[in-house]
Design a protein around this ligand. Structure first.
Ligand SMILES: NC(=O)C1=CN([C@@H]2O[C@H](COP(=O)(O)OP(=O)(O)OC[C@H]3O[C@@H](n4cnc5c(N)ncnc54)[C@H](OP(=O)(O)O)[C@@H]3O)[C@@H](O)[C@H]2O)C=CC1
Ligand SMILES: O=C(O)C1=N[C@H](C(=O)O)C[C@H](O)C1
Length: 246
C-alpha cells in the first residue's frame, strides 16, 4: 500500500483526489491537508499530491523536498525559474522525487504531444484555452506548457515566427506571448477545462481540441503519478508523457 497525503484536500481537485486514493486498492489516504492545517500531518506519507494554488505551492513543495517525501504536483504556475528553484532544493536535500504535471488528463497530454509534432509544419499556431470562471490563473498551466513545447519544436525545426502583421491593437486583443506563441484565455460559466491548438498554412487549418468534461477525468493520470513517482529516473519530471510511454 502506498501511503498518500493530499494538499488542498478540500478543494475541487483535492477532494476528487482523496476519493480516488480511497478507492484505489493499492493506496491508503493517510493525510488530507488544506489551508490552515499543519503540514506535519504529512510526515507519515510516502507520496504527497498537491492541488492548491500557484501562490502557496512553492512553500508546500519545499517542505516536501526538505522532508524527503515524493511529490506529485498538479498545481499550475510553474515557469522555468520555479523549476530551477525546485532543482536547487533537491540538490540540497537527498531523497524525494518531484513530478509536476500541467495536466493529468491523458487526452490533454496527447493534445500537447500532437501539437508539438504538428507545429513545425504550419506557418501559424495559436492556443486558445477555456476554463471555469473560478480559475485563479491565466493562461492555464496546460496552455503555457503547450506553447513552450510548440516553441521548442519550431525552434528545433528552424521554423520561422508565425506571420502577424498587427501594428495597432487594444491591450490583450492578441492574447499573451509565450515563446513567440500567442495564447488566449477565456473564462466561461459552465466550462470545466478546454483547449484548442489552431494551426494554419497553405490553404488549410488544422485544429486539435481537448475537453475535460469533469474532474474525475484527471484521476487515472494522478494515480499513475502516485504509483510511479518513487521510481522515476530523474529527481524532477515535468509532465506525465514519459509515464505514458510518449
Ligand atoms: N494538473 C492538472 O491536471 C490539473 C491542475 N489543476 C490545478 O490545480 C490547482 C487547484 O485547482 P482547484 O482544485 O480547482 O482549486 P481550489 O481552489 O478548488 O482548491 C485549492 C484548495 O487548496 C487550498 N489551499 C490554499 N492554500 C493552501 C495551503 N497553503 N495548504 C493546503 N491547502 C491550501 C484551498 O483552500 P482555500 O479555498 O481556503 O484557499 C482550496 O481548498 C490549480 O492550480 C489548477 O490550475 C486543476 C485541474 C487539473
Ligand atoms: O484550474 C483548472 O481547472 C485546471 N488547471 C490546469 C491548468 O491550469 O492547465 C489543468 C486543467 O486545465 C484544469
Amino acid at each position: 500500500m502506498i501511503k498518500v497525503g493530499v494538499l488542498g484536500a478540500r478543494g475541487r481537485m483535492g477532494a476528487e483526489v482523496c476519493r480516488a486514493v480511497e478507492g484505489a486498492a493499492d493506496m491508503e489516504l493517510v493525510a488530507a491537508v488544506d489551508q490552515g492545517d499543519d503540514l506535519a500531518a504529512l510526515t507519515g506519507a510516502e507520496a504527497v499530491v498537491d492541488f492548491t494554488n500557484p501562490g502557496v505551492v512553492m512553500d508546500n513543495l519545499r517542505w516536501c523536498v526538505e522532508h524527503g517525501l515524493h511529490a506529485v504536483v498538479g498545481t499550475s504556475g510553474f515557469d522555468p525559474a520555479r523549476l530551477d528553484t525546485v532543482r536547487g532544493w533537491q540538490a540540497a536535500n537527498p531523497g524525494g522525487n518531484v513530478l509536476i504535471a500541467p495536466n493529468f488528463g491523458v487526452g490533454a497530454v496527447l493534445m500537447m504531444h500532437f501539437a508539438q509534432k504538428a507545429a513545425p509544419f504550419f506557418d501559424s499556431v495559436e492556443v486558445v484555452e477555456t476554463h471555469h470562471p473560478n480559475k485563479l490563473d491565466a493562461p492555464s498551466g496546460t496552455a503555457y506548457r503547450t506553447a513552450e513545447l510548440i516553441a521548442a519544436a519550431r525552434a528545433e525545426a528552424g521554423t520561422g515566427p508565425s506571420p502577424d502583421a498587427t501594428t495597432t491593437e487594444l491591450d490583450g486583443a492578441r492574447g499573451t506571448d509565450v515563446g513567440g506563441v500567442r495564447v488566449h484565455a477565456i473564462r466561461m460559466a459552465g466550462a470545466i477545462a478546454h483547449q484548442e491548438v489552431i494551426l494554419g498554412g497553405h490553404g488549410e487549418i488544422f485544429t486539435l481540441r481537448h475537453d475535460s468534461m469533469n474532474r474525475e477525468s484527471f484521476m487515472p493520470g494522478v494515480l499513475l503519478g502516485v504509483r510511479k513517482v518513487a521510481d522515476l529516473p530523474d529527481r524532477l519530471t515535468v509532465g506525465i508523457e514519459s509515464l505514458l510511454g510518449l
